[in-house]
Design a protein around this ligand. Structure first.
Ligand code: SAH
Ligand code: F3S
Length: 452
């Protein structure tokens, strides 16, 4: 049977989509190649969120065409995901070696189209149409995947799309309208994962706090998302629940209160803020103010004082002044983020911000990026240092990525802890004493010697 290699760019949603495609292909008899050399099919699952991500995938495809396809003309090359969705046929016009262009609502058709291409029934396939029900098709997981960590912690896609239309963001165009799976469908998937030994579930979507808004009514003051959290919380074997990415506007009292009530909902949240300036937040169409954001953080910390908070921030949005940027720096200090992903604004096709007049020069974006990064690193280091000498619970995921002789796990607040442990610790919740803090990593010793 043909072998396939999938290379993934971008966010965790993309990682999850690639995994579901891999599982689908394995079920149809394909094998998974460990590298592109020798693979019969090479698929690039793409990201459109910034121009650099698109250019990377295009460059990669050019290399594949020149280096692999020249020697082996029968190799099938394909683009999937966000850039496939936004550029469609154009990709084949530009790169004639590409055989398959598959949009974000068509991942479940990968095997069908590859079969047709491999059998010579079709030469090229471009499918970027909408498809009803496609939100429920990302559900298969790779059994015995080569990543050990995956079997302890799994991602579950709960919804597709986003209706927020932030003025900088291409996601509503590449991922479409918000569409949510049902609670029983998601719970069934989580149960299967728990039965296979998964201990931690991360619920995934572009704007998870809007989960089920149109489909599932509020019950006793609880939003659909909180109802889903409760349902997943009931599953025996699931020890920890996380989710990404929420939107600040989704932190109603029902969600804040859930952190105090649901012990498996760990005290960690990635809450994208984008800017600390109200003027920018408005131009970005974010739907909250600086004060409202700070209010949410304060409420969360009141319920869970150890809450680990990370965020996304854009620097150099059109018209951002030095004063606006200073507001972002001061917000970062006020919140004391554990970490932040900083992005230099990148104009995206057909988004309102791309045609705003005051686009900033690259040097300004880079300079602000560097200044904010220094601030985030300084605050982050303080957080990590604060753990030294303390005992904390971790869920052991598997070998450390940097040093496979050691194990790694995560604290409830989502910090990586590396320690000397044994294979039998994998999947266990255990207490470790933190001995040292490195750059966004903690080092620990098991605090309790188990007595068997
Ligand atoms: N809610 C989604 C957002 C996807 S984009 C999620 O978290 O998965 C991820 C981050 O990329 C955004 O939070 C934003 O900070 C950044 N981003 C989006 N569009 C951008 C653009 N045009 N330029 C720079 N950064 C951008
Ligand atoms: Fe993008 Fe804003 Fe939605 S960042 S994914 S449009 S919440």
């Amino acid at each position: 049977m043909p072998s396939v290699f999938i290379k993934t760019y971008g966010c965790q949603m993309n990682e999850r989509d690639s995994e579901a495609v891999a599982a689908q292909l394995v079920a149809k008899g394909y094998t998974l190649a460990s590298s592109e050399t020798g693979a019969d099919v090479i698929l690039l699952n793409t990201c459109s969120v910034r121009d650099a991500a698109e250019q990377k995938a295009i460059g990669k495809m050019q290399n594949l065409a020149a280096e692999i396809r020249r020697g082996r003309p029968e190799v099938v090359l394909g683009f999937m995901g966000c850039m496939a969705q936004s550029r469609g046929q154009q990709l084949i016009d530009k790169l004639p070696d590409v055989d398959l262009v598959l949009g974000t609502q068509k991942f479940h058709r990968t095997a069908e189209y590859l079969d047709e291409i491999l059998a010579g029934r079709r030469e090229k396939v471009v499918d970027v149409a909408e498809e009803e029900g496609s939100e429920a098709t990302i559900r298969e997981h790779v059994v015995n995947g080569n990543s050990v960590a995956k079997s302890i912690s799994a991602f579950v896609s709960i919804m597709q799309g986003c209706n927020q239309y932030c003025t900088f963001c291409i996601v509503p165009y590449t991922r479409g309208e918000e569409r949510s799976r049902t609670i029983p469908d998601i719970v069934a998937e989580c149960r299967e994962l728990a039965a296979r030994g998964v201990r931690e579930i991360t619920l995934l979507g572009q704007i998870v706090t809007s989960y089920g808004k149109r489909e599932i009514p509020v019950v006793a003051g609880k939003s659909a998302f909180v109802q889903l959290l409760e349902a997943v919380h009931e599953i025996a074997g699931v020890e920890r629940i996380r989710f990404t990415s929420p939107h600040p506007k989704g932190y109603g009292d029902d969600l804040v209160e859930a952190y105090g009530r649901l012990p498996k909902l760990v005290e960690s949240a990635h809450i994208p803020v984008q800017s600390g300036s109200d003027r920018m937040l408005k131009l970005m169409h974010r739907g909250y103010t600086r004060e409202r954001y700070l209010g949410i953080i304060e409420k969360l910390r009141r319920v869970q004082p150890g809450m680990g908070i990370t965020t996304d921030i854009i620097v150099g949005f059109p018209g951002e002044t030095e004063e606006d940027f200073a507001e972002t720096l001061s917000l970062a200090r006020a919140v004391e983020f554990d970490n932040a992903y900083i992005f230099k604004y990148s104009p995206r096709k057909d988004t309102p911000a791309a045609s705003l007049p005051e686009q900033l020069p690259r040097e300004v974006k880079e300079e602000r990026n560097a200044r904010l990064l220094a601030t985030i690193n300084e605050i982050g280091a303080r957080h990590y240092e604060g753990y030294v000498g303390r005992c904390t619970q971790i869920l052991v995921e598997g070998p450390s990525r940097k040093n496979s002789a050691r194990l790694m796990g995560r604290t409830r607040s989502n910090k990586i802890v590396v320690f000397d442990g044994a294979e039998r610790h994998r999947g266990q919740l255990m207490d470790v004493r933190i001995t040292r803090a490195g750059s966004f990593t903690l080092y620990g010793d098991p605090a309790i010697i188990e007595v068997d």
